[in-house]
Design a protein around this ligand. Structure first.
Ligand code: TRP
Length: 441
C-alpha cells in the first residue's frame, strides 16, 4: 500500500498529543467491489496503522436488516466483508474489528438515544423522507410499507458511534446527515443528563478517488456497474475489458481526463506509472492495450490479497474467532459507558444514594483514581463509577512517585511493577475501560 494521504497526516499532527478514535461501520449487504476498496477499505487500513489512532471497524449487521434484507445474503455478505478486510491487511491486533450484533450494548444505547431523539428530526432524515416522497407520488399513505428499522436507522448509527466516544467517522457524503444526527443526539443527552458523550465529526476524504464503474458512472451496486474485488483474474480481466470507451482508433491521441479507464488505472498506479500511461494515451495507445495494462496493474495489487481471501473464506471459524475476540475486548468499555448513562438517567440500584445527576451537575459520575497514605507509604486505587475498587497500585515511598505512577498509568505507559499487577488482574478489561473513560473525561 502507498503512503497515507496528506489529509490523514495533517490530522495526525493536529492531535499528536492524544489518541484519536476513528470509527466506521460497513453494512454487509453485498460483495465488496473495487470502489469499496479504493474509497473505504484501503484508506481505513492505512489510517489504522498510524500512531495515536485507535480504530474501530465493524460489520453493521443490525443496519443490514433495515430494508428487509434476505437472511442468506446478510450472512454470506458478513463473511465476505470480514474476509475482505482481513485479507487486505487489517490487523485485528491493531484495530478493533467486530460485529455490531455481538455488542448488545449497541441496542441498549439505541433506546437511551431514542428517548432524546426528536421525532421531527428523524422525519427529516434523507432515507426516510425519500420513502415518504415515493409513497406520496404514488398517492399512497405517506408511511405505507415503511418500517421502524428504516426510521430508527440514524439512531442505531448514533449508538454505534457514541458507544465508543469516537472523534472521527470516515464516511461518504451520503452519510453526513447521519453524523449530524449523532452529534445532535449526543448534545441533547449531555444537556439533559450531564457531559458523558463525545461529539463526533464526519470525515470526508476529498483526496480518495471515487472510482468510475464499467459504464463510467460512479461504481455502485445500485448502478449494477461494479467490478468485484476478488473476482478470479479471468473475471477481473473480462470486467475491465467491458469498460465503455469511445470509438477512437489505435494511433489516435486519447484524452485521459474523460477516460474512466484512466481514472481506474490512476487509483492503483504510482505517480510515475500514471505519467507513463498519460504519455501512452497521448501517443495513441489502442484501447485494448490500455485495458490490458489496467488489468495487469490492478491484478498485481489484488493478487496477494485474493489468495488470502480465498484461504479465509475456507476458514470461517477463524474469522468468527477474530470477531468474537474483537467484541469481547470492547464490551467492558461499552458497559462502562452504559453504566454511567444508566446512572445519569436514573436507572440505578434502589440502594444507590441519590446522586445529584441533575442538569446543574455537568460532570457525570465516572471512574476515578484516589491517592492515599497508609503508614508511611503512598498508594493509589482505581474505582469504577459505583465506587468498586478495580485496582490497587503498588506502594510508593513518596507521594510524588505515586503521582508519577498515576500519570504513567493514564498515558498507558505503566512502570514495570504496575504493569505486572495489571497483567495479573482478572479484571484487566475493566481496568482498561476505566482508564480510557478517565482520559476521556
Ligand atoms: N450507514 C452506514 C452506511 O450505509 C453504515 C454504518 C452503520 C456506519 N453504522 C455506522 C458508518 C457508524 C459509520 C459509523 O454506509
Amino acid at each position: 500500500m502507498s503512503e497515507p494521504s496528506p489529509q490523514i497526516v495533517a490530522h495526525r499532527e493536529l492531535r499528536s498529543s492524544s489518541i484519536d478514535r476513528v470509527l466506521t461501520g460497513i453494512k454487509p449487504t453485498g460483495t465488496p467491489h473495487l470502489g469499496n476498496y479504493v474509497g473505504a477499505i484501503r484508506p481505513a487500513i492505512l489510517s489504522s496503522r498510524l500512531p495515536n489512532v485507535e480504530s474501530f471497524y465493524f460489520l453493521a449487521d443490525y443496519h443490514a436488516l433495515a430494508g428487509s434484507a434476505d437472511p442468506t445474503r446478510v450472512h454470506r455478505s458478513t463473511l465476505e466483508v470480514a474476509a475482505s478486510w482481513l485479507a487486505l491487511g487489517l490487523d485485528p491486533d491493531v484495530a478493533h474489528f467486530y460485529r455490531q450484533s455481538d455488542i448488545p450494548e449497541v441496542t441498549e444505547l439505541t433506546w437511551l438515544l431514542a428517548c432524546v431523539a426528536p421525532k421531527g428530526l428523524l422525519n427529516r432524515a434523507h432515507a426516510y423522507k425519500a420513502a415518504v416522497d415515493q409513497n406520496c407520488e404514488r398517492g399512497d399513505d405517506e408511511d405505507a410499507g415503511i418500517e421502524m428499522g428504516l426510521y430508527l436507522y440514524p439512531v442505531l448509527m448514533a449508538a454505534d458511534i457514541l458507544l465508543f466516544n469516537a472523534h472521527r467517522v470516515p464516511v461518504g457524503k451520503d452519510q453526513i446527515q447521519h453524523i449530524e444526527i449523532a452529534r445532535d443526539l449526543a448534545q441533547r443527552f449531555n444537556h439533559r443528563y450531564g457531559e458523558i458523550l463525545t461529539l463526533p465529526e464526519a470525515q470526508i476524504d476529498e483526496t480518495t478517488a471515487t472510482l468510475p464503474g464499467t459504464d463510467g458512472r460512479k461504481m455502485s451496486k445500485s448502478y449494477d456497474n461494479v467490478i468485484p474485488l476478488f473476482a478470479s483474474p479471468k473475471a477481473l480481466r473480462e470486467a475491465i475489458f467491458a469498460i465503455v470507451t469511445n470509438s477512437q482508433l489505435p494511433g489516435e491521441a486519447k484524452d485521459p481526463e474523460s477516460s474512466s479507464l484512466f481514472a481506474l488505472y490512476q487509483a492503483f498506479a504510482s505517480a510515475d506509472e500514471t505519467a507513463a500511461m498519460r504519455a501512452a494515451y497521448a501517443a495513441g495507445i489502442a484501447w485494448g492495450e490500455a485495458k490490458q495494462r489496467v488489468f495487469e496493474r490492478i491484478d498485481q495489487e489484488i493478487a496477494p490479497a485474493r489468495a488470502r481471501f480465498d484461504a479465509l473464506m475456507a476458514a470461517p471459524e477463524a474469522i468468527e474467532a477474530i470477531l468474537q475476540r474483537g467484541a469481547m475486548s470492547l464490551r467492558p468499555r461499552a458497559q462502562e459507558l452504559l453504566k454511567r448513562m444508566r446512572d445519569a438517567v436514573g436507572l440505578r440500584p434502589l440502594t444507590a444514594t441519590h446522586n445529584s445527576g441533575k442538569r446543574s451537575d455537568k460532570k457525570a459520575k465516572g471512574p476515578r483514581i484516589v491517592q492515599y497514605k497508609e503508614g508511611a507509604q503512598f498508594f493509589f486505587k482505581l474505582q469504577d463509577a459505583d465506587g468498586e475498587v478495580l485496582l490497587v497500585g503498588p506502594a510508593y515511598a513518596e507521594a510524588r512517585d505515586a503521582g508519577a505512577a498515576i500519570a504513567g498509568f493514564l498515558k498507558g505507559e505503566m512502570a514495570p511493577e504496575l504493569q505486572a499487577l495489571i497483567d495479573a488482574a482478572p479484571n484487566r478489561a475493566a481496568i482498561e475501560a476505566a482508564r480510557v473513560a478517565l482520559i476521556d473525561s
